[in-house]
Design a protein around this ligand. Structure first.
Ligand code: ZN
Length: 241
């Protein structure tokens, strides 16, 4: 969407805003500002122009979200402990996940991300609310990537898929908030809260499998594989949070 070259010139212009802003940039900025004012006051725009304005505003917002998704992705791949650890572990077993394999995308169905053995990792920037969710989503998809590199996963086999979903939900840290919640409640149900969260998330993912017939079917499959897959914490020594 945004070519790398235009990103770098934009970054440059934020350092020295006045000297680097070309007349056309200034024009465009001024034009947009005028249009926004006209739209908000309802003055001087006909119906077509209003529609055009709404469409342009949507495009601008999307471009911005896409750019910040790519920036957060790059940051997490450099500094997030979980993501960096997973990338190292994948490299150790002969795989590689360059950032080109992790794509910021607009997703048509509500989800945070996706994994495809041939296409790579998808981050749905129109559904990811902040960089912490992006971090957990990326860690989750990297568990699938790890499984795909390490084991002979048959993704069309619903049990294989369910097993990887259990591991991804458990190891990515996306259930950590639940764990925190139970701890905060002062109960001894920390472990149980985590397991319930993992099961619930795995079921939601397995529902999307082409061979899944119903929610009950997904629950059945997840229950079947849960114990062995939940206890398989590779490449982590244990669930670390
Ligand atoms: Zn998944």
């Amino acid at each position: 969407m945004t070519p790398a070259s235009s990103d770098s010139t934009q970054n440059k212009s934020t350092v020295e805003p006045d000297t680097n802003l070309s007349p056309t940039d200034a024009d465009r900025g001024f034009g947009w500002w005028t249009k926004t004012l006209q739209y908000k006051t309802g003055l001087g725009l006909n119906e077509d122009q209003k529609k055009e304005y709404v469409e342009e505003a949507r495009m601008r917002k999307q471009l911005e979200a896409c750019k910040s998704c790519e920036e957060n992705r790059d940051w997490m791949m450099k500094y997030s402990p979980t993501v960096v650890f997973m990338l190292e572990q994948i490299r150790k077993i002969g795989g590689d996940v360059p950032k080109e394999r992790v794509k910021c995308d607009i997703c048509t169905e509500p989800k945070y991300g996706g994994f495809h053995p041939d296409l790579g990792i998808q981050l749905c920037y129109n559904y990811i609310p902040d960089k912490w969710v992006l971090n957990d989503t990326l860690a989750h998809e990297l568990v699938h990537e790890y499984d795909n590199t390490r084991f002979k996963v048959d993704w069309m086999d619903i049990r294989h898929h369910a097993c990887s979903e259990v591991r991804a939900a458990s190891l990515s840290g996306e259930c950590a908030i639940m764990t925190e919640f139970w701890r905060w409640m002062g109960t001894m149900r920390v472990a149980k809260g985590h397991q319930q969260c993992v099961k619930r998330k795995a079921v939601l993912s397995v529902i999307g499998h082409p061979k899944c017939k119903s929610k009950e079917h997904a629950e059945e499959i997840v229950d079947e594989v849960f114990r062995s897959c939940f206890n398989d914490t590779r490449p982590f020594e244990r669930i670390y949070r």
